[in-house]
Design a protein around this ligand. Sequence first.
Ligand SMILES: Cc1cc2nc3c(=O)[nH]c(=O)nc-3n(C[C@H](O)[C@H](O)[C@H](O)COP(=O)(O)O)c2cc1C
Length: 247
Amino acid sequence: MESEGIDLDVKRFDEIVRARRAVRRFKEGVGLPEGAMEAMLDAARWAPSGYNLQPTHFVVVEDAGTKEALMKACMDQTQIVQAPATVVFVGDRDVARAHLKKVLAADLANGAVDERYCAFMRKQVKLSFGTGPCGFGWFWKAFGGPVGKLFRQVPSIPAVERRYWLAKQMMLSAMVFMLAATDRGLATCPMEGFDEGKVRKALGIPRRYVVGLVTPVGYAEGEIKGRSRLGLDELTHWGRWGGRKNQ
Ligand SMILES: Cc1cc2nc3c(=O)[nH]c(=O)nc-3n(C[C@H](O)[C@H](O)[C@H](O)COP(=O)(O)O)c2cc1C
């Protein structure tokens, strides 16, 4: 089938996906090309997000002292001090209040949505994210949700599963960032081996924000040994769980 006007170079994309590896040794003292960090972050900000709320913030760490403190908060993983920069992906628990108005106004102005959609969105986001006075709404959603499931469809509720919701959003941004790095010949290493409280303290991140992922970025040192992957057949279920292709 013809693509609808989008000229995608699929082969090149596949190569970039396979070339990305989690790299644990970086060339020390070699900086990033001018403007590369901004370009990779700019790509990451175009990742999709639920309700287009864009909760992911990027904390860029380049200063040697701060990298040292960050490394200590990340189980002493030395990639952080070797690489010229490390990006910490952080998600805003209060994003509905912080971004909804702004996002709807911008999407309305560029014609991506209409007034009816905006009205629906305001209601829907309040329903999904609102915690009500004194957290009463949270209580109602946390305990009423499972009961409601007996009678009707209830999707996962960000008000109750805030960290889970934020994790999905942050990982999509982080993946785009890492692929943008690979595209530039740069290496990354996604890391969840960190103490969240200590990362927050090292970088002055307020408690309102959840720390999702840390990745150093720079040039790889030495040969990169790629890890294996399970076979596509082991992971793919065609049509329904356990289904085989053309069964
Ligand atoms: C969410 C997540 C957390 C990870 N945390 C760490 C980490 O803390 N330290 C590390 O060295 N690698 C970490 N990794 C890298 C994985 O070990 C690596 O992606 C995996 O072994 C596959 O290798 P590849 O990325 O080179 O294909 C993490 C990867 C992901 C996706």
